[in-house]
Design a protein around this ligand. Structure first.
Ligand code: SF4
Ligand code: FES
Length: 249
């Protein structure tokens, strides 16, 4: 395949940045999107140019590191992670526009790399689970209805990639935060800190400068793990009941 790449280049957080166009040839339809980027970077390195910086780690759809905004969609045209997107999703001769996540709470570090430390701080604000859950056999002894276990597991599949924030016109982090609150709020082990966890994580989410949810649903539509909007409804219930019972009121 022969492609034209329009890639956002930005030296650092204070640089204005802009698009640079790169023609590229000989791309196999079986390559992943990141392998295509590797080919470009090898060509740039041979020429003595600065390679395009982008985030990645597992390249298996697990870690949530890859974060490219491709042709107007976080992670590109398929509901999958950038590392699991393959070049057969594009056609020979295509022009592909590649940008970083755009949100004030995710400042650009360089080129396509953004600082998603705000997500780490939201999780940290939730604190530890104080219950000693024991080993796997102990956990398996705790009877949990299948529906609850499945829903908690679905929420726990959030990989913290930030595509929900990038997709949202308000740069809201409510899908991410609600998935993290839900996965513990539904299970017996998560009950002890249930109220304080919801309060602290929502407070940190607001402090990081993420926007509010206006029920547009772009987050759910673009999430590579299919995290449901029902998590946001659950988070709102958790937060409301925590606020009513809170010692801080
Ligand atoms: S909710 Fe989906 S889009 Fe948002 S961080 Fe989790 S996996 Fe990524
Ligand atoms: S590199 Fe880990 S999810 Fe894409």
């Amino acid at each position: 395949m022969k492609l034209t790449l329009k890639i956002w280049r930005q030296k650092n957080a204070s640089d204005k940045g802009g698009f640079v166009t790169y023609p590229i040839d000989g791309i196999s339809t079986d390559m992943s999107f990141l392998e295509m980027m590797d080919v470009l970077n090898e060509e740039l390195a041979v020429k003595g140019d600065d390679p395009v910086h982008f985030d990645h780690d597992c390249r298996e759809g697990i870690c949530g590191m890859c974060s490219l905004y491709i042709n107007g969609h976080p992670h590109g045209p398929k509901q999958t992670t950038t590392c699991q997107l393959h070049m057969r999703s594009f056609s020979d001769g295509d022009t592909i526009t590649i940008e970083p996540w755009r949100a004030a709470a995710f400042p650009v570090v360089k080129d396509l790399v953004v600082d998603r430390g705000a997500f780490d701080r939201i999780i940290q604000a939730g604190g530890y689970v104080s219950v000693n859950t024991g080993g796997v056999p102990d956990a398996n002894e705790i009877p949990i209805p299948k529906r609850i276990a499945d829903e908690a597991f679905d929420s726990a599949t959030c990989i913290g990639c930030g595509a929900c924030v990038a997709a949202c016109k308000n740069a809201s982090a409510m899908l991410f935060t609600s998935a993290k609150i839900s996965q513990l709020a539904m299970l017996p082990q998560g009950q002890v800190e249930r109220m304080s966890r919801a309060e602290k994580m929502v407070a940190q989410m607001d402090a990081e400068g993420f926007g509010a949810c206006t029920n547009t649903g772009a987050c759910e539509a673009e999430c590579p793990k299919g995290i449901s909007l029902t998590n946001i409804a659950r988070m709102n219930r958790e937060y409301f009941s925590a606020s009513v019972k809170s010692e801080n009121v």
